[in-house]
Design a protein. Structure first.
Lengths: 254, 443, 483
């Protein structure tokens, strides 16, 4: 579904991604782990098309098509969803207004009928249960005055509503207490199926106790330096990122 | 509300000019500048309340008064002992009626090449920069007062801080005015070279109820990465009229902090002006005004962001009691292409009596889109909730009023750099607050 | 392929942006251009006015002669030649307004095109319309139904004939005959407008609405609106404006006076979409309007809501004089400028009575090369004990060629009152746009959503249909200006 080939990207002249190679297939969950500043959030944003990052080399193929020239909304309509690490506040714009317009745009793209307001209400209510959110969140301005946990749950609500094929979860677990983490994880697990794929960007192994990844990649200094199964995450938790560095030195890869 | 310029009535200033004599013995450079000031004074109309910038105050008390050029006089140390700062015992210049009084002046504490004094005493190596920039910063707009000062200044104090010099001692410049029906034109010029650092306190002092008129002008030029803190402390006599401009020009990465503290004078006008003219610079223009009796205060500030990536901060606080009147107009300009500006302005006014008046006009003029600018203005009284809270803890109404008024003023004073200055002002604020609460208690 | 000439291309683009730009071809009564005492006498004569009206006009005219056009606004334009304007413009088939059937069908068709069918049977239930075409009120709908409730709603010309006592008492009582340059000109030459009187205790049974249309290239439009809400009554009034596209400027200098007595409430909403001129600043309406209400009685309330998107020049400050104790004034405004438009708009809240309250919410959006200024005055008088004002003025800039300016004048003479003013200036954040795009909205949808969020506090004050209209209007106006 997603194939990243030798991707390089920079922001304000500083190279962050220095040749990323990654392939994610439908039905898979990949965890991207790495210390702060390793480039893992950048990777998610570049795939989603954030304008602040300049791609200086490589390709991002989505279902075989290079998407690097596409606007963020075109990518979203193709089924790429980014759950933001810091969800943006949009004063005055209600959550339901945003989600309805987004969902309808995607449905239109897929040749489905758009929801009228009543249909949408039924549709979204079902999704609210998934993240254990109260209905009044729909009428509030997007993320404005939300607590950290509420913002993250709101991202999962939008994920559930938009039914993307590829979800890029940017540190969705950061700043969550254990209850919120449980809610968010179970939401993701319910959405997960054989047709979609997830890329979980995370600093800690904690969320992987709830969501079992198929593959774990370690990103450091703008490159994937190690890949493995779910046991790699546990090893990292145990030994820390320094272990990778010394491990790489031994193998002469650093 | 028409914006017709005031009628051509320079006559008031022109008359003063004609009556005055200025030392022919001064250096040619100063004579030349003085001449341009005189010409410009005569060419500009005297402001009237028809001009937007002068709409809220009347200069009638000035025009009605009769003033003469202040004569040389001497100040006794005992007269100013209450106003001295320990930190400046060896970095102090005292001017009486516009002339340096050597007996009270001592700048021996200034480090190495740092200079403060008159043009005649200044090392030659500083002349080039001084001659180039003197009188170039304060010229802004069409008011005749800056040119008038230029035409009539006495001993101009030049402060020169060379490259990489960090002057630790705060320089205390005391402008003392004595005598009735006089006028003086205090003038200071500060040049801070690259990576230099200095604090200057300009202090305006008058006694009792003497009547006089001062136009004060100070200019500061900051080269790249220079840090200058400028405090203007106005404690003129209760009958004085004081009109002043505090102008600055900021270079790349420089940091300018201006604090204007105004307590005295019957009628005064402050014009802080910061031209933020290169990237990564920061300007602070804070002010505190405390008014009693029938004092009239007018602050017209300008923060002009001419280049991108700069920040500014302005907190202007006013306490008005009795029948006092305060005017504030704070302009923030963000010029075209000056992107990434973060400008903050707040004006808070405390009205303590039914007869006090406050006008405020915070003004934003933004021509660049990627900026963060905000301003706020409030006019109000002490919070009932806060008063109640203090009284419920056993304080009397008078004590509570005094404490809250003190707290209101302290927000500005706390930021001042010199301890004995803060202490003197704390006493001053307390005295003010006491008089307010005493009056309140008798009501 | 044949290419459009540049002029044609511009026209096509402009027409897309301003769909009300068509002109109706009808014949006008002859009336000379220019302004002098004879012209004023002639206007008064043709309108068959009582003597007191002629006196009011002449007094105003003489006041006006001694006045100067104001220079203080943050506006730059070529001052109109006041002698080159036709001060009275009447469609030749002057309808005697007994029934709609007698209105020139061309004019009826114009209003149909504008989406304002005057035929009562087609009307949206609940809105009575007074349609003003150039200088003349051509039709007022639902008159009888309103009369049943005791509400008088008619053209001001008719009111002068039928209710001179009310006109004598209230006309010029809020905006006097020597108020300001443009208002005084209006007092001398106003041709028509709307009049509304809501008697004691009556809640007006339907929304009232005036629809203004300038059609004649050479005429100025000088309407006069007067609304009186007697004790305990309430009324909601809507106003809409459009004009054809000409490459000359037309002058619009209107006056609106509102009077609210004890416990009365008036809500006045405007969606102003006069022709703004083309993107080079050629043509467009000069909109110099004086709107003022007085809360004369205790507990009365006047609320202005405006959505200003049109006109080359906008100069207006809908104001409230809060004279009655406990009275309330409100001003909610969205002003959008694009291309070469200039707006200098805001409000005045004059607190005179005790415990009076005012709220100001102003949202300015500047795009293109436009200049958008908020100018407001909050004044707390000496006797206005316990009064409160809260103001918030937010500006949003789109692009780096425009300007946003904030000139709030605040004056307080009362220590038991409080005034709070806040203002911010910001741009639409790149992160906001990206976030919305990531949720499948294209850039224009994203911007439109953010703008509507920005203006929400104002839109919620508008009647439903107007709010929808206003939302669409902003989107059309901003098309293509971001990015």
């Amino acid at each position: 579904m997603l194939k990243i080939i030798n991707l390089r990207a920079e922001v304000e002249g500083e190279e962050i991604l220095k040749g990323i190679n990654l392939e994610i297939n439908a039905g898979e969950v990949h965890a991207i782990m790495g210390p702060n500043g390793s480039g893992k959030s950048t990777l998610a944003k570049v795939v989603a098309g954030h304008p602040a990052y300049e791609v200086t080399g490589g390709q991002v193929l989505y279902n075989g098509e290079d998407i690097l020239e596409m606007d963020p909304d075109e990518r979203a309509k193709l089924g790429i969803f980014l759950a933001f690490q810091y969800p943006v506040e949009v004063p005055g714009v209600s959550n339901s207004m945003l989600i309805r317009q987004g969902v309808n745009n995607i449905r239109k793209e897929r040749g489905q009928d758009e929801f009228d307001p009543l249909e949408f209400e039924d549709y979204i209510r079902e999704k609210l249960e998934l993240v254990e959110m109260d209905e009044r969140f729909l009428d509030r301005s997007v993320n404005e005055g939300f607590s950290g946990g509420e913002k993250k749950r709101n991202e999962i609500l939008q994920l559930a509503a938009m039914q993307p094929k590829l979800a890029l979860m940017d540190e969705t677990d950061s700043g969550l207490d254990i209850d919120a983490l449980r809610i968010v994880s179970s939401g993701i697990n319910k959405i997960r199926n054989s047709e979609n794929a997830f890329m979980l960007v995370t600093h800690y192994q904690r969320i992987l106790n709830y969501i079992t990844p198929d593959k774990v990649h370690v990103l450091m200094g703008g490159k994937i330096v190690k890949s493995g199964g779910k046991e790699l995450a546990l090893e990292l938790e145990d030994k820390g990122y320094d272990w990778i560095v010394s491990d790489l030195m031994v193998n002469g890869e650093a | 509300m028409t914006d017709t310029k005031g009628e051509n009535k320079t006559s008031f200033l022109a008359e003063l000019l004609n009556k005055s004599k200025f030392g022919a013995d001064e250096p040619g450079f100063l004579q030349k500048v003085r001449k341009t000031g005189a010409e410009r004074t005569l060419s500009l109309p005297f402001p009237t309340s028809k001009v937007e910038e002068w709409r809220q105050i009347s200069l009638k008390p000035l025009e009605r008064g009769e003033f003469f050029q202040a004569e040389r006089t001497a100040v006794n140390e005992s007269e100013i002992s209450d106003f001295l700062f320990n930190e400046s015992s060896q970095s102090r210049i005292v001017l009486s009626n516009g002339r340096v009084q050597d007996s009270l002046t001592n700048v021996s504490g200034l480090v190495g090449d740092c200079f403060a004094g008159t043009f005649a005493d200044m090392p030659d190596k500083y002349r080039k920069n001084v001659e180039k920039r003197f009188n170039s910063v304060a010229q802004y707009g069409d008011d005749p007062f800056v040119p008038f000062n230029t035409a009539t200044f006495g001993d101009v104090i030049f402060v020169y801080v060379p490259k990489n010099i960090q002057e630790k001692a705060p320089l205390h410049i005391m402008h003392v005015t004595k005598g009735d029906a006089t006028y003086t034109s205090p003038r200071v010029f500060i040049f801070a070279e690259r990576h230099s650092d200095i604090t200057v306190i300009e202090d305006f002092i008058g006694f009792d109820e003497s009547t006089y008129f001062n136009t004060a002008v100070s200019e500061t030029v900051l080269e790249d990465e220079a840090h200058v803190t400028h405090v203007k402390l106005q404690r003129e006599s209760t009958n004085a009229i004081h009109i002043s401009r505090i102008a600055s020009h900021l270079g790349r990465g420089s940091n300018y902090n201006s604090y204007t503290i105004s307590i005295g004078a019957k009628l005064f006008r402050n014009e802080p002006l910061a031209l933020v003219d290169d990237e990564n610079a920061h300007a602070t223009l804070d002010g505190l005004v405390m008014l009693r009796g029938d004092q009239v205060a007018d602050t017209h500030s300008i923060l002009d962001h001419l280049k991108p990536n700069c920040t500014s901060h302005q907190l202007h606080k006013v306490i008005a009691h009795d029948t006092a009147k305060s005017v504030f107009n704070g302009k923030i300009f963000v010029r075209k292409d000056s992107q990434q500006i973060d400008a903050f302005q707040e004006n808070r006014n405390l009205l303590l009596s039914a007869d006090a008046t406050v006008f405020t006009k915070p003004q934003l003029e933004i021509f660049a889109d990627d900026v963060k600018c905000s301003h706020g203005a409030t006019i109000g009284q002490l919070s009932q909730d806060e008063l109640f809270y203090l009284m419920s803890r056993g304080l009397s109404q008078a004590q509570s009023t005094q404490m809250l008024t003190y707290g209101f003023a302290l927000e500005v004073i706390d930021n001042l750099p010199v301890e004995s200055l803060r202490d003197q002002l704390a006493v001053e604020v307390e005295r003010f607050a006491n008089s307010v609460s005493a009056q309140k208690a008798t009501v | 392929m044949s290419k459009l000439s540049e002029a044609e291309a511009v026209e096509v683009a402009a027409a897309k942006k301003y769909k009300y730009g068509f002109k109706t071809n009808i014949e006008y009564e002859d009336f000379p251009k220019g302004l002098n005492e004879d012209i004023i006498r002639e206007i008064s004569k043709r309108k068959n006015e009582p003597d007191f009206m002629l006196e009011f006009r002449l007094k105003s005219f003489h006041n006006w002669l001694a006045m100067e056009e104001p220079e203080w606004p943050n506006l730059h334009y070529k001052k109109p030649n006041y002698n080159d304007i036709q001060y009275y413009s009447i469609p030749k088939k002057k309808p005697k307004l007994d029934s709609l059937d007698e209105v020139d069908p061309e004019i009826l068709e114009t209003y149909n095109k504008l989406g304002i069918p005057l035929q009562e049977q087609k009307m949206l239930a609940g809105v009575a319309v007074d349609a003003v075409f150039d200088s003349v009120s051509v039709a007022t709908t639902f008159k009888e139904k309103l009369a049943e409730a005791g509400v008088i709603f008619c053209s001001i010309s008719e009111a002068i004939q039928e209710h001179p006592e009310l006109i004598k008492k209230y006309l010029g009582s809020v905006v006097p005959a020597n108020d300001n340059f443009f208002a005084t000109l209006n007092s001398a030459v106003f041709s028509d407008g709307s009049f509304c009187y809501v008697p004691k205790g009556v809640t007006c049974p339907m929304e009232l609405s005036t629809y203004f249309r300038i059609n004649n290239e050479n005429s100025g439009q000088f309407e006069r609106t007067l609304i009186i809400a007697e004790e305990g009554s309430s009324v909601s009034y809507l106003e809409g404006c459009t004009a054809p596209m000409f490459d000359t400027n037309q002058l619009h200098a209107a006056v609106v006076e509102l009077v609210a007595l004890d416990n009365a409430e008036i809500r006045y909403s405007t969606v102003q979409n006069w022709y703004p001129g083309d993107e080079n600043g050629v043509g467009g309406i000069f909109n110099f309007v004086t709107k003022r209400g007085i809360c004369r009685g205790v507990n009365s309330k006047i609320s202005w809501t405006q959505v200003e998107t049109g006109s080359a020049i906008t100069w207006k400050y809908p104001s409230v004089i809060l004279k009655g104790d406990n009275s309330i004034g409100e001003f909610y405004s969205v002003a959008l400028t694009n291309d070469m438009q200039q707006a200098d708009t805001g409000t005045k809240m004059i607190h005179l009575g005790k415990n009076t309250k005012s709220t100001i919410v102003s949202k300015g959006i500047s795009a293109g090369k436009s200049q958008n200024s908020y100018r407001g005055l909050v004044k707390i008088g000496k006797k206005a004990d316990g009064s409160r004002n809260y103001s918030v003025c937010d500006s949003m800039l789109i692009g780096d060629q425009c300007g946003a300016h904030t000139f709030p004048y605040i004056e307080s003479n009362n220590s038991s009152s409080s005034v709070e003013h806040e203002a911010t200036t910001s741009k639409i954040g790149e992160d906001q746009i990206f976030y919305l795009q990531q949720r499948g909205l294209d850039e224009e949808e994203a911007i439109s959503l953010i703008i509507n969020g920005f203006c929400k506090e104002v839109f919620k004050e508008l009647p439903m249909e107007f709010a929808v209209e206003a939302t669409k209007l902003l989107a059309i106006k901003l098309e293509g200006s971001v990015g």
